[in-house]
Design a protein around this ligand. Structure first.
Ligand SMILES: [Ca+2]
Ligand SMILES: [Ca+2]
Ligand SMILES: [Ca+2]
Length: 326
């Protein structure tokens, strides 16, 4: 039979390959993925393993059967299994790791991190309890760690909080690493409003990579006990269903990008697509406080976060449906 001949040939090639084979080595990864699909198409064994098992062995020039059988031999092979958080599209629906068991709108596999420190003006922190309850990993606090490709590549979404407490400024190499990470598909969001205008130094250094910044004028201080509602919204995936969200003592968003929210002539939100990635700049930090979630039924704050995180998450990765507002 032709298949077994190919298998034998493959085995020979595989046996001969180690040590010399540049063919097998270089083309391996791609053929592993293809093989996984082919093998499931033939109804071959269960799930998962093909991408890993087959890929390791460099069967590029012998096509799918070698890689598929390699996977099956490990007890895996093929696709069509339930989606799990492993960087593979296990259920072959075109999206990697799209798991949301609680149907809460936050991908359970989401890899999100924060820079800087959470704000202190309100109570509670969206990146603590709320996010923790909706994803397996929660949010990782990177605070003032050096931004390198190695560090950034662990995450899909990064949100900059208060960067004014750092005892250093970001280097050109760090700005370049962030820029390249966004270009490659990362989602970067910034917040502001934690302190006096000098707090803009570090965040504006990072935003400079995208020709965006915060202006120096503090805007929209709250009059009484309530934040000022932002009511001018432009249709966009991030603003879908959002008509009002509060701010207090923010800074205007300037530079490149589509303006998505304004109030009293001030720009509060800009969005920009950069390469395969996304940048979202919000002119305040009160959206991170629980008090804004619990005390303002007129704000669509949870929906805003769900929209924002989904838009920031790379396409074809960890994209899950946002539930309808209750
Ligand atoms: Ca999938
Ligand atoms: Ca997966
Ligand atoms: Ca979830």
């Amino acid at each position: 039979m032709r298949r077994s001949y190919v298998l034998q040939l493959a085995t020979v090639i595989f046996v001969l390959a180690p040590g010399c084979g540049q063919d097998g080595g270089s083309a391996t990864g791609g053929s592993g993925a293809g093989a996984s699909v082919a093998s499931s198409g033939q109804g071959g064994a269960g799930q998962g393993g093909a991408g890993q098992g087959g890929a390791g062995q460099g069967g590029a020039n012998v096509g799918g059967s070698f890689v598929g059988s390699g996977g099956a031999g490990q007890g895996g092979g093929g696709g069509g299994g339930p989606e799990v958080c492993d960087g593979i599209d296990n259920d072959n629906d075109g999206t990697i790791d799209n798991v949301d068991v609680g149907k809460d709108g936050i991908c359970d596999c989401l890899r999100i991190a924060t820079l800087g420190l959470p704000g202190q003006w309100g109570s509670g922190d969206v990146f603590a309890t709320w996010l923790d309850a909706r994803s397996d990993n929660g949010a990782v606090s990177l605070n003032d760690q050096e931004l390198t490709k190695e560090l950034l590549d662990k995450y899909q979404v990064i949100v900059a909080q208060n960067l004014s407490e750092m005892n250093r400024t970001y280097s050109a190499a760090e700005v370049a690493a962030l820029s390249e990470w966004v270009q490659a598909g990362g989602g970067f969001m910034t917040l502001i409003g934690y302190g006096d205008p000098t707090e803009r130094t570090n965040v504006n250094t990072l935003l400079g990579a995208f020709t965006m910044s915060y202006g120096a004028q503090q805007i929209l201080p709250k009059g009484g006990s309530s934040t000022i509602p932002v009511t001018g919204w432009t249709a966009h995936p991030v603003t879908s269903g959002v008509t009002s969200i509060g701010v207090d003592n923010g800074y205007p968003v300037e530079g490149t990008g589509q303006t998505l929210a304004t109030e009293q002539g001030h720009v509060l939100l800009k969005a920009q697509e950069v390469g395969s990635g996304h940048v979202l700049v919000w002119g305040d930090e009160w959206i991170t406080y629980d008090s804004e979630w619990t005390g303002h039924p007129e704000y669509q704050l949870e929906l805003f976060w769900l929209n924002a995180i989904k838009w920031l998450t790379p396409a074809k990765n960890c994209q899950v449906d946002i539930p309808s507002p209750k």
